[in-house]
Design a protein around this ligand. Structure first.
Ligand code: PHB
Length: 399
């Protein structure tokens, strides 16, 4: 089995399979420094935490991760607490950077001496239609050819794997948003105990964190904006203005990193074509407002690992045949939740006064109705890995 991509999806799949005695080769186009250095989101659902522990990579996460039982919604200058744990029978999330998850997975992979090849150039996939997949790539200057049984496409939105599925097989659903996120990592203790999601007429802002001494903050910016137009002082000014609430102060600190990320919703179906199985960002993208991207990737590869173990241990093809459908129910739920959080909290540059009034009404409803807050909470902390009930396509999420 070959795994293309050494992000969280590919690395975790390799780790879950290794623990079942299944050998894999992981190919990655970027360098180890790049993969371990890129700053991504940082909210782990309970299900994700459980899988990382099961995979034997939960030790540092359990030591350093910050457990959060709620979030704040901030609008019209007031802060409202959503007590997620209380609303979901004790479920919580953990703040632990995706970057750290990746470092832990790389360390585990190298410790067991399993093949993990960084800086693979000219990766191409051929022979899918003949059910004889061949991966060709250049590694350390030498051309290589890998004939495999199955290929896991964990190579992200811009990866090659998805492009190997014929156009008449692959359905694509997508939406681009008329705004982006400018994110900073700052060397300063968080000014809040739990994450603050803020709606304001100046645009969305989010106060997150990475540790007791490192804050992670975001502001909504236009899609055409350049990072050079945003000196630190301008970013802090916006954060102060957008996060403002009574009796609360935002503390500034040195900015360690800053970048702009576009916002996109995207789903490709099916997630399996013959011996190619897509997982994570290769198959779907969500805007980061719901903190679902990493969690979806982890859920995909957990379902996939179980299907592969089944096939190898009992010869059953059922799990692989149903892989796409099993994932897509959860994927679409996360799509809706991420879109909903995004449209509720961001300022639409092309919007009107009516749209703004609807957003306010929705925010007030979520902040004041236990039913509405529970809906946000159960999606945020994460729904079960698979639906209960006889049919994957139609069964309920209730468990
Ligand atoms: C983050 O800490 O990077 C983060 C937190 C919550 C989000 C998105 C990103 O919704």
């Amino acid at each position: 089995m070959a795994i293309v991509g050494a992000g969280p999806a590919g690395l975790l799949l390799g780790q879950l399979l290794a623990r079942e005695g299944i050998d894999t080769v992981i190919l990655e186009a970027r360098s180890r420094e790049h993969v371990e250095g890129r700053i991504r989101a940082g909210v782990l659902e309970q299900g994700t935490i459980d899988v990382l522990r099961e995979a034997g990579v939960g030790e540092r996460m359990d030591r350093e991760g910050l457990v959060h039982g709620g979030i704040y919604l901030c609008f019209d200058g007031a802060r409202h607490h959503i007590p997620m744990s209380e609303l979901t029978g004790g479920r919580a999330v953990m703040i632990y950077g995706q970057t750290e998850v990746v470092k832990d997975l790389v360390a585990a992979r190298l410790a067991m001496d399993a093949p993990l090849r960084f800086e693979c150039a000219e990766v191409s996939l051929d022979g899918l239609n003949r059910d004889e997949p061949v991966l060709r790539y250049t590694y350390q200057g030498e051309p290589h050819e890998l004939t495999c049984d199955l290929v896991a496409g964990c190579d992200g939105f811009h990866g090659v794997c998805r492009t190997c599925i014929p156009d008449d097989v692959l359905g694509v659903w997508q939406r681009d948003y008329p705004f982006a996120w400018l994110g900073i990592l700052a060397q300063v203790a968080p000014s809040t105990d739990e994450l603050i999601y803020a709606h304001s007429e100046r645009g969305f802002a989010l106060h997150s964190m990475r540790s007791p001494t490192i804050s992670r903050l975001y502001i909504q910016v236009g899609t055409e904006e350049k990072i050079g137009d945003w000196p630190d002082e301008r970013i802090w000014d916006e954060l102060h203005a957008r996060l403002a609430s009574e009796d609360w102060e935002l503390t500034e600190g040195p900015v360690l990193e800053k970048s702009i990320t576009p916002m996109r919703s995207f789903v490709a179906e099916p997630m399996r074509f013959r011996s190619l199985l897509l997982a994570g960002d290769a198959a779907h993208i969500v805007p980061p407002t719901g903190a679902k991207g990493l969690n979806l990737a982890v859920a995909d590869v957990t379902v996939l690992a179980r299907a592969l173990v089944d096939r190898l241990q009992s010869g059953s093809e059922t799990g692989l045949r149903e892989y796409s459908d099993r994932c897509l129910g959860r994927v679409w739920r996360a799509q809706h939740f991420s879109w909903w959080m995004t449209t509720m909290l961001h300022t639409d540059p092309d919007g009107d006064a009516y749209g703004l009034a609807l957003q306010r009404s929705q925010l007030e409803y979520v902040a004041s109705s236990r039913a509405a807050a529970t809906s946000l909470a159960e999606n945020y902390v994460g729904l079960p890995l698979e639906r209960t009930g006889a049919s994957h396509a139609g069964g309920p999420w209730l468990s």
